[in-house]
Design a protein around this ligand. Structure first.
Ligand SMILES: [Fe+2]
Length: 144
């Protein structure tokens, strides 16, 4: 497996783990601002899940198999699992750190795609980086 294929699998597993975490927070958040946090987390996981199939197919286009099990995701993901029930602000702070990590990962992945001359892929990855920069912005603005 080449570097590009590994980076793709890592980013894919990380995006999936991130979406699951946002969904976890959507379900389990509590407090006076419940409705706002509940809706924000939904906006975030909807966006990520909405792109997950295209991402998976990009891995297949790169001649690698798409990881698609919880054990493979936890092996590959840079987004750590959250098993505790956090306060709403902690949820935002954790997702913000994860979103920034993902935007960085996409930066590396973009460069690898360009080096390989896979411009359709780098175009898709540029969009994913931008999506995570937007998630980071919304979470950062919520925490002010
Ligand atoms: Fe819901």
């Amino acid at each position: 497996m080449d570097k590009l294929q590994l980076a793709l699998k890592t980013a894919f597993a990380s995006e999936y783990s991130f979406a699951l975490k946002a969904q976890n927070f959507h379900w389990n958040v509590e407090g006076i601002l419940f409705q706002q946090f509940h809706a924000l987390f939904e906006t975030i996981y909807d966006e990520v899940y909405g792109n997950i199939d295209v991402f998976a197919e990009n891995i297949r286009k790169a001649k690698a198999y798409t990881p698609a099990s919880l054990s493979r995701f936890s092996m590959l993901s840079v987004v750590e699992d959250e098993t505790e029930i956090l306060q709403a602000e902690q949820m935002c702070a954790e997702l913000l750190a994860d979103a920034e990590k993902l935007a960085e990962l996409h930066k590396i992945l973009f460069r690898l795609s360009e080096e390989a001359g896979e411009y359709g892929l780098s175009d898709f990855i540029a969009g994913r980086q931008d999506a995570f920069r937007k998630h980071a912005w919304m979470l950062r603005a919520t925490l002010k």
